[in-house]
Design a binder for this molecule. Structure first.
Ligand code: MG
Length: 159
């Protein structure tokens, strides 16, 4: 019998001027970017939290405390590498990922396949094992008012 574990992750970051917008490791041209201690890649953060959650290993705030200067401006894909090493070290591999990014603007559709490829490469997956969807929030809430971008992710780990 195949053992499986499921994890879910959520994150939100504030949109501000003079910051890059990076989603799943892909830099996207926009007049606003995400504010955070690291590069604030909200999608990668949600994926990392889902991976850690699947193994009951806490969350990324615990693994990479925002008070630690080592993670200032960190490339979130490099943090993802560390999380993935823990997953592999515990004897698991990723079955699939399904994620959604909630952003009013910019339109993310043109970037989705690059984002899937970026995350897949990092996690030794085929792009078809990584699903990233984008939706607006219909003008509602902080995402709808373009105050921030949030992301949710579900991952399945298999042994
Ligand atoms: Mg975050």
């Amino acid at each position: 019998m195949v053992s499986v574990r499921i994890g879910n992750g959520y994150d939100i970051h504030r949109l501000v001027p003079e910051r890059p917008l990076i989603l799943g490791g892909v830099r996207i041209e926009h007049h606003l970017g995400l504010l955070g201690h690291s590069d604030a890649d909200v999608l990668t953060h949600a994926v990392m939290d889902a991976l850690l959650g699947a193994l009951s290993l806490g969350d990324i705030g615990h693994m990479f405390p925002p008070t630690d200067p080592r993670w200032r401006g960190a490339d979130s894909l490099e943090l993802l590498d560390q999380v993935y090493q823990r997953v592999r070290g515990a004897g698991w591999q990723v079955g699939n990922i399904d994620a959604v990014v909630i952003a009013e603007r910019p339109k993310l559709k043109p970037h989705i396949s690059a984002i899937c490829q970026s995350l897949a490469t990092r996690l030794d997956l085929n792009p078809n094992q990584v699903s990233v969807k984008a939706t607006t929030n219909e003008g509602l809430g902080p995402e709808g008012r373009e105050e921030g971008i949030s992301a949710q992710a579900v991952v399945l780990l298999v042994q």
